[in-house]
Design a binder for this molecule. Structure first.
Ligand SMILES: Cc1cc2nc3c(=O)[nH]c(=O)nc-3n(C[C@H](O)[C@H](O)[C@H](O)COP(=O)(O)O)c2cc1C
Length: 165
């Protein structure tokens, strides 16, 4: 008789999605740090999926137990690519996302509030819950704040691991 092998993998793993867009690279650098934190070797049982906002779909959001969205602020709003992602995903996800956790990170030249409020307004319709303050970097790129980005990813992943999110 074949031996019974217990595999403590994938089946009950939690899913964390990171979706972002960047025109000139700053938000990508933040995203890389967020993803690094989310993939910390200290975290067990959390699968991380990172996608460009131009490629991510509603299926990715449905797959996720929690998600993080990163965008620059453009013209007082989220980037067009992130809006396009939410436009494409919204109706696939409506009524199926309630209670899932999310967080935002934003890169802006001098403000950022329009990007935050515009994303929140749309996500409000999905009944998801924001579990961290948005991480907002304004002005010149500040390398020293990458630790906070990493911590954001780690916090969401740790919350999933602990069953809090
Ligand atoms: C077309 C355009 C519009 C922008 N509009 C805003 C804005 O409304 N508010 C703001 O704070 N910064 C604005 N910025 C500045 C960007 O948010 C900032 O340069 C950011 O770092 C870009 O991020 P990225 O390198 O990830 O593309 C704008 C930049 C561009 C190119």
């Amino acid at each position: 008789m074949a031996p019974v092998v217990w595999q403590n993998v994938a089946m009950d793993s939690k899913h964390l999605l990171v979706v972002f867009h960047s025109q000139s690279g700053s938000t990508t650098r933040m995203a890389e740090a967020v993803i690094r934190g989310a993939q910390s070797p200290d975290i067990q049982g959390v699968e991380v999926r990172a996608k460009s906002a131009l490629e991510a779909t509603g299926e990715d959001l449905l797959w996720s137990d929690a998600f993080i969205i990163g965008t620059p602020e453009n013209f007082g709003y989220m980037s067009g690519a992130v809006k396009y992602f939410l436009d494409r995903s919204y109706y696939d996800c409506e009524g199926k996302m309630a209670g899932k956790s999310f967080a935002l990170f934003i890169k802006a030249g001098n403000d950022g509030s329009g990007a935050i409020s515009s994303i929140r307004r749309i996500l409000n319709g999905l009944a998801v819950k924001e579990v961290q303050q948005p991480l907002l970097m304004v002005g010149d790129f500040d390398e020293s704040r990458l630790d906070e980005c990493e911590e954001l990813g780690l916090t969401l992943a740790a919350g999933l691991e602990a069953g809090i999110y």
